[in-house]
Design a protein around this ligand. Structure first.
Ligand SMILES: Cc1ncc(COP(=O)(O)O)c(C=O)c1O
Length: 392
């Protein structure tokens, strides 16, 4: 028998992802899964057909290390079309295995042991794990839900989080799990801190096209002086409802892309050959597709938000993304999100995710729970009907 613990010290404390536990619970209990953020319908048929065509045409071997040129050009054209940003597809765009690998590549490729990374919490779970694998340290800055339902950070907390060891800020906008879109003023504050302390910003924009009326997504790279220190990460998973394809990208100044690629080449080297030209087709779809995507999702968001409010939760209205977070305390006086989610599957026939798993300091998220709205209308209506029974 092996006499030692095989798990690296760096990953102790990360455990198994709550998403796996909650999805297993949904299967076990037959509950409706509003936990994990994946849509239950397929994306545009042009994109799906392009992948099938590529497989039939023999696009089945290793693509080039930086990604298929067609997709690199499509990513550069997308950044120009939507944000007026110019990138050289040769040196400033890298195709990755989802945004997840772009994030891992960036963090492993840029961080040294002892470096500090500022991250707004709650945060997508892979950030802290990758920072830990790099031997670096997360310094969290809190996004706090306020009385008007919007999550905000305290600029002084952000400024105080910077030390001599800080190398990088990870920003996620539009934001999972809060559904927040950082507004122009907030972006300017983050940019000013990065400029003042010569920090790199790695920005995760996978929900860039899932923004509802009233909010505007401003990429960090468009702010004055930020283009030269920002690595922008996104992927086709959310925009084209192809989360299982895992086609992502990173774009930005050549040194940041090269550092990301230096690590990425030893993670997967390359992946998804036939899916790359298909995502290129998606990125070239007309404006009506992108506008329609957000509009469809906002109707689903409304369905879910109204239902959650009617069920008695305090709801923080999302401005973007698949997700809505609620304070469970009006419904569950103990306010323990993990216990609530574990029992909700049995009691309410719905699965959600406890937000405390997204925090470095879990006490801030103990009473918060996340529901996803990227499901069929009939599924959402049934989930809402079940939740209405909770407070009765
Ligand atoms: C904020 C955020 N970043 C990255 C990802 C992962 O993206 P991908 O599936 O392209 O790896 C997700 C997926 O849920 C996410 O919510």
């Amino acid at each position: 028998m092996l006499g030692r613990d095989p798990l690296t010290e760096k990953l102790k404390g990360f455990g198994t992802s709550i998403f796996a536990e909650m999805s297993a619970l949904a299967v076990e209990t037959g509950a409706i899964n509003l936990g994990q953020g994946f849509p239950d319908t397929d994306g545009p048929s042009e994109v799906l057909e392009a992948a099938v065509d590529a497989i039939r045409a023999g696009v089945n071997q290793y693509p080039p290390g930086a990604g298929t040129p067609l997709l690199r050009e499509a990513v550069a054209a997308h950044q120009r079309r939507f944000y007026g940003l110019d990138h050289d597809p040769e040196t400033e765009v890298l195709i990755t295995t989802g945004a997840t690998e772009a994030l891992a590549g960036a963090l492993l490729g840029m961080l040294d042991a002892g470096d500090e990374v500022i991250v707004f919490e709650p945060m997508f779970d892979s950030y802290a794990a990758c920072v830990a694998l790099a031997g670096a340290r997360v310094v969290p800055v809190l996004l706090r839900p306020e009385a008007d339902g919007r999550y905000r950070f305290d600029p002084d907390e952000l400024r105080a989080a910077v030390s001599e060891r800080t190398k990088l800020v990870v920003l996620n906008t539009p934001h999972n799990p809060t559904g927040k879109v950082f507004d122009a003023e907030e972006m300017a504050i983050v940019a000013s801190v990065a400029l003042e302390h010569d920090l790199i910003v790695v920005t995760d924009e996978v929900y860039e096209h899932l923004v509802f009326l009233g909010a505007t997504h401003v990429p960090m790279a468009t702010l004055p002086g930020m283009g030269e220190r920002t690595l922008t990460i996104s992927s086709g998973g959310k925009t084209f409802s192809t989360t299982g394809w895992k086609i992502g990208w990173a774009c930005g100044p050549a040194p940041l892309v090269a550092a990301t690629r230096a690590a990425k080449q030893f993670l997967t080297y390359v992946s998804g050959a036939p899916f790359q030209p298909a995502i290129a087709v998606g990125l070239g779809l007309d404006d009506a597709f992108f506008a329609g995507l957000a509009l469809d999702l906002s109707a689903k968001r409304d369905r879910l938000v109204v239902g959650l409010r009617a069920a008695g939760f305090t709801v923080y209205d999302p401005e973007a993304t698949y997700f809505t977070t609620v304070d469970i305390r009006p419904v569950e006086p103990g306010g323990d999100g993990i216990a609530f989610c574990r029992s909700l599957a049995q009691r309410g026939g719905v699965v959600a995710v406890p937000n405390q798993v997204f925090y470095e300091r879990p006490e801030h998220g103990r009473h918060l729970v996340r529901f996803a709205c990227c499901k069929g209308d009939d599924v959402l209506d049934e989930a809402v009907r079940r939740l209405a029974g909770l407070s009765r």
